[in-house]
Design a protein around this ligand. Structure first.
Ligand code: SF4
Length: 268
C-alpha cells in the first residue's frame, strides 16, 4: 500500500501565503494549515489569521517553539538575531514546523509568486517536497490581490500603517522608517523591542537591532525627522521613475526593495 502523503501549508500572516491558502481551499481537501507563532508577531496578524480561519472553515494550527523568544535570547547569550545570525527563524519557525511534519512524506505548499525569483529560507528536510502553486499556475501579485479581494479577506491590515511585511514586530529586516511607524503605532511594542537591546562600551557586548543605531537613538525626534526626510526623498525618486507604471507594478517594486533577504516562512 502506498504511503500516505500529508499536504501542509504554512501561513505567515502575509498576503502571499494567505492568498495561497484561499486558493488551495477547494483544491486540496485534506490540507493542514499551520502558523508558526513566535509569540512576538504583529498584533494584526493574529486577528487576520482568525478571519482566514473562518473563511477556510478549518483550523489553522498554531505551532510554538519550546520556550518564548526571551528564553531563547538568554540561551543565545543576549545575542539578538540578525541577517547574519538568524537563529530566530530556525528556532521559532522552522523547528516547530519540522517537528509538526515528523518523518513521513509531506508536500509543503509555498506561496512564492510567478513574478518573483526569491529563493527563500525553507525547510530542507528530506521527507518534504516543496511545491509552488502560484509559480506553476502563473499567478503574480495582481492575481494574489484579486484572490484576497474576491474572498473579502483583503490585504493584511498592517500594510495600512506602513509596515511592509508580516513576522515579528521587531524583525531586523524592517526599514528604519518602519521602526518609526512601529513607535508611532504601537509604542509598547517598540519599548519591548528596545528592552531586548544591550548597550555597552565593549562592542562585543553591544546588541542592537540595527547595527550602529540603537532604538534609544532612533526614537529621538531629530533622528525621526531625518529618517522621514530621507524616506520622502527616496519616494520622490521612485515616483519619477514610475510615471507610466500600473499600481500593481508600483507595489511589486516597493515590495522588492528589501525582499531579497526576507525569509519565506516568516514573511511570505
Ligand atoms: S520575522 Fe524576522 S525576527 Fe521574526 S523569526 Fe522571522 S526573521 Fe526572525
Amino acid at each position: 500500500m502506498a504511503e500516505e502523503i500529508r499536504n501542509i501549508l504554512s501561513l505567515s500572516g502575509g498576503k502571499d501565503s494567505t492568498a495561497l491558502a484561499l486558493y488551495m481551499r477547494d483544491r486540496v481537501s485534506d490540507m493542514e494549515y499551520v502558523f508558526c507563532d513566535t509569540g512576538e508577531e504583529l498584533r494584526e496578524t493574529y486577528r487576520y489569521l482568525d478571519q482566514v480561519e473562518a473563511y477556510l472553515g478549518k483550523e489553522i494550527i498554531r505551532l510554538n517553539a519550546k520556550g518564548p523568544f526571551e528564553h531563547w535570547l538568554k540561551v543565545y547569550g543576549g545575542y539578538l538575531p540578525s541577517p547574519q545570525m538568524r537563529w530566530c527563524t530556525k528556532i521559532l519557525k522552522l523547528k516547530p514546523f519540522e517537528a509538526f511534519i515528523g518523518e513521513k512524506p509531506v508536500i509543503s505548499y509555498v506561496g512564492l509568486r510567478a513574478d518573483e525569483d526569491r529563493i527563500g529560507y525553507i525547510s530542507h528536510k528530506k521527507n518534504i517536497t516543496t511545491i509552488y502553486p502560484f509559480k506553476d499556475d502563473g499567478i503574480g501579485l495582481a492575481g494574489v490581490m484579486r484572490i484576497l479581494e474576491k474572498s473579502g479577506i483583503g490585504m493584511p491590515p498592517y500594510l495600512e500603517w506602513g509596515r511592509s511585511h508580516s513576522g515579528c514586530y521587531f524583525c531586523f529586516f524592517q526599514k528604519k522608517i518602519e521602526w518609526v511607524r512601529l513607535l508611532e503605532k504601537y509604542p509598547e511594542d517598540f519599548e519591548k523591542a528596545q528592552s531586548y537591546e544591550k548597550l555597552s562600551d565593549d562592542a562585543g557586548k553591544t546588541f542592537t537591532w540595527i547595527q550602529g543605531l540603537p532604538l534609544s537613538k532612533l526614537r529621538m525626534p531629530e533622528k525621526i525627522k531625518q529618517i522621514k526626510v530621507e524616506y520622502q526623498k527616496q519616494r520622490e525618486r521612485l515616483k519619477k521613475n514610475r510615471k507610466n507604471k500600473k499600481l500593481v507594478e508600483v507595489l511589486a517594486e516597493m515590495e522588492g526593495e528589501n525582499e531579497s533577504i526576507a525569509c519565506l516562512i516568516c514573511q511570505l
